[in-house]
Design a protein around this ligand. Sequence first.
Ligand code: HEM
Length: 71
Amino acid sequence: MTGKDEDIGKFKVPSLRNVALTAPYMHDGSVATLSAVIDHYAHGLQNHPNQSPLLQTFDISETEKAALIAF
Ligand code: HEM
């Protein structure tokens, strides 16, 4: 959008209101379920040079994942 190298790969962070009703996910609909979205954040990050330092891989149990999806 801006043509600046430092903006490549950046997206506006979307609202998650009613997100359980709006599958498939991400800008291209490439992720089918919320469980798969969490797996992507946990282990599927691509380490793009412009990636936010907030995005770090992490471990999450199935119980924690179910709780996050319920929330
Ligand atoms: C584990 C914590 C997180 C969860 C559960 C989560 C959940 C989600 C979900 C469900 C979507 C898809 C929304 C949709 O398609 O309508 C999404 C997209 C997105 N999230 Fe997160 N998110 C998390 C952490 C973060 C963080 C820390 C950032 C920023 C530093 C972030 C930035 C984004 C952006 C930019 C998108 C849009 C990506 C795209 O359209 O391809 N998220 N997130």
